[in-house]
Structures are given as structure tokens and as C-alpha cells.
Write a protein that binds this ligand. Structure first.
Ligand code: A2P
Length: 336
């Protein structure tokens, strides 16, 4: 059996990766439509040796579509996904538009695949930093519940889209020539700089990205008691995010046991060479499916604490791969 798939936002950073993953993972594809804004309509993109014509999204775009993979921003998702779901498609949405709605499953396949059963046509793909964190710490949480998470993120330009990635490259080259370029996509210069995450500020002085980590992690883990605080920072890295994570458990968690658990956890690759001071780096995580985890150590400031460091490809597991894995899960469990 094959499935008719539409990619909404096919020209974007995540859309491009979605196409690559469908080909690479030999997804059982029937018809494939590539949808974007009117700006891109009529242009062509390559897929599996063929050229596909980009269509601007419209009311009939979802006729006879089984699966919509959407990554075109929140307002586009809000406008079109209810229409697609009504037409009978199952939509997997990368935006934050539906994530916290109670009837919308928010899924990391390694953590809560069973949540897919209750879907009503829209499934949300979590925020990228949340996905990477969830994959790395859920195996520990399953053995001993986590009481509190303190995270600091080092987030790449890719999270702000393909144009932001391009801006960092152009800005870097200009600065090396002695120029002082003005940023156009990101709010501040990112080349040779960093800034606290540029998502909108909320009433409690956390930015939206930080609150996504708090609220989404609780929803994915199905644990509203877990305490979470985060500081999110944009760094001049192109496509992989990093996170420094402090975990506090209710009781001491032996670091050797944690290492053993993570060495066999699905979706995790332990990268640790303490002698060489070699640990996960964004350049090593880029293009990889696994979340790289390392620098596990007992927290010397708290008897129940563990420290770890992780890097994961934001476009891949942080977005496109997780979405394709959700689609594969729907097929495997006959939920489509
Ligand atoms: P387009 O290239 O036509 O603007 P990124 O996250 O990398 O910035 O990509 C955003 C994606 O969302 C692009 O594919 C973009 O298409 C698409 N997009 C943006 N706005 C709309 C819209 N109003 N309708 C459909 N697609 C949109």
C-alpha cells in the first residue's frame, strides 16, 4: 500500500529535509504534492530524480491526500490544516499552532507513540529543543522520575528558517571583509555573536521558546508535576542545537547506571571521551538521526542531580525526521 503525501512549506529548511527523508527512508509514497506560497508557485524542485512543480496552497490542495507534512509557519497551519483534516488527511504539523490543544497529540515516537491513537486529523510535532531533550532524558525518567530540569540551550540559525541560515553565512563573509552588515531576517547580528532567543517575550519574562520547553515536555511525558526552567540562546551555528541539562531526581541516580541506560536508548548516541575532552558537537550532530549525548556527571552541588550535554540536528530529529517518524508510526499502527 502507498500513501498520498502533501508537503506544505516544501521550499523551506524543514520542507527540503522532509523531501530528503521521504526518499532516504523509502517511505511508501503514492502521489507527492509540494505546496508553498504564491511566491514559489510554478517553480520546480527535484525529488528522487524527478522534477516536481510547486503549487501554491489552495482549497483543493488536499483532495485525495492521506498525509500532510506541514512546516510553513503557525498562521499557514491554522488556516489550512483544519481544511486538510476535514478533507480526510492526517496532518503532522511542525508549527506551534496546535501543540497545546488538549485533543491534539504531541508526539515524540521514542517517548509517547501511544498518543497517536487518539488523533482527530491533526498531530503536532513538538518544538525542536523539546524533542531533542525528550529523546535524551526520557529513558532516565522511565527508570526514576525526574523532579526538576534546568536547561540552557545553544540554538542554531536553522530554527529561524532557511533565510536565517543564509543570513549567518552572508553576514560572516561580510564581517571578515571588514563590513558591518545590518541583519534583515534575525533581529540582531548572529555571526560572531549570540543573543537570547528571539521568540516573543511572555508575561513571566520567559520567552515563548523557553515556555514551549516547559509546557511541551510536561505534555509529552504526561507529567504535569515535573518542574522545568530554561534559558534559550541563539548561537552562530548553522543547523544543530545543543543543550546543557541539569536533572534533579527524587533520589540519587547513579551516573554509571545513567550511562548504561543511555548507551542502549533508542534515538540516542553516547559520545564521550573524557581523556580527549571529546563530547557532542553541533558539527558532528548535523545530518545525523540520533541525539548525541555526553558529559554525563554527578552534580557536585546536589546529591540527586545529574548533568548532561546534548547535541541534535534541529532540522532532522528536531523537526523533519520526527514528523516522518510520526507518519511511519501511523502507518505501522494502522491509524491512517
Ligand atoms: P515560500 O518559499 O513560497 O515562501 P522556512 O521555515 O525555511 O522559512 O520555510 C517556510 C516555508 O513555508 C516555505 O516553504 C514557504 O514557502 C512556506 N510558506 C510561508 N508562508 C506561506 C503561506 N502563506 N502559504 C504557503 N506556504 C507558505
Amino acid at each position: 500500500k502507498t500513501y498520498s503525501v502533501a508537503i506544505l512549506g516544501a521550499t523551506g529548511a524543514v520542507g527540503t529535509e522532509l523531501l530528503a527523508l521521504l526518499e532516504e527512508r523509502k517511505f511508501p509514497l503514492g502521489k507527492l504534492s509540494v505546496l508553498a506560497s504564491e511566491r514559489s508557485a510554478g517553480k520546480e524542485i527535484e525529488f528522487a530524480g524527478d522534477r516536481l512543480r510547486i503549487e501554491s496552497v489552495n482549497a483543493s490542495s488536499f483532495d485525495d491526500v492521506d498525509i500532510v507534512l506541514a512546516s510553513a509557519g503557525g498562521s499557514t497551519s491554522k488556516e489550512w490544516l483544519p481544511i486538510a483534516a476535514k478533507a480526510g488527511a492526517v496532518c503532522i504539523d511542525n508549527s506551534s499552532a496546535f501543540r497545546m490543544q488538549s485533543h491534539v497529540p504531541l508526539i515524540v515516537p521514542e517517548v509517547n507513540p501511544e498518543a497517536a491513537i487518539a488523533h482527530q486529523g491533526i498531530i503536532a510535532n513538538p518544538n525542536c529543543t523539546t524533542i531533542l531533550l525528550a529523546v535524551a532524558i526520557y529513558p532516565l525518567h522511565q527508570v526514576q522520575p525526574i523532579k526538576r530540569i534546568v536547561a540552557a540551550t545553544y540554538q542554531s540559525a536553522s530554527g529561524a528558517g532557511a533565510r536565517a541560515m543564509e543570513e549567518v553565512k552572508i553576514q560572516s563573509a561580510a564581517i571578515l571583509k571588514g563590513e558591518t552588515p545590518q541583519p534583515e531576517v534575525l533581529p540582531y547580528p548572529l555571526a560572531f555573536n549570540l543573543f537570547p532567543h528571539n521568540s516573543p517575550m511572555t508575561a513571566n519574562s520567559y520567552c515563548e521558546e523557553e515556555m514551549k520547553m516547559v509546557n511541551e515536555t510536561r505534555k509529552i511525558f504526561g507529567d504535569s508535576n515535573i518542574q522545568i526552567t530554561a534559558t534559550c540562546v541563539r548561537v552562530p551555528v548553522l543547523r544543530a542545537h545543543s543543550e546543557a541539562v541539569n536533572l534533579e531526581f527524587h533520589q540519587p541516580f547513579d551516573v554509571h547506571k545513567a550511562r548504561e541506560i543511555l548507551s542502549t536508548a533508542v534515538g540516542v548516541k553516547l559520545v564521550e571521551d573524557f581523556d580527549k575532552n571529546y563530547f557532542p558537537m553541533p558539527i558532528d550532530a548535523s545530518g545525523q538521526d540520533d541525539v548525541l549525548v555526553g558529559r554525563l556527571r554527578q552534580d557536585i552541588s546536589h546529591p540527586n542531580g545529574l548533568e548532561l550535554w546534548l547535541c541534535g540536528d534541529q532540522i532532522r530529529k528536531g523537526a523533519a525526521l520526527n514528523a516522518v517518524q510520526i507518519a511511519e508510526l501511523l502507518i505501522a499502527k494502522s491509524l491512517i
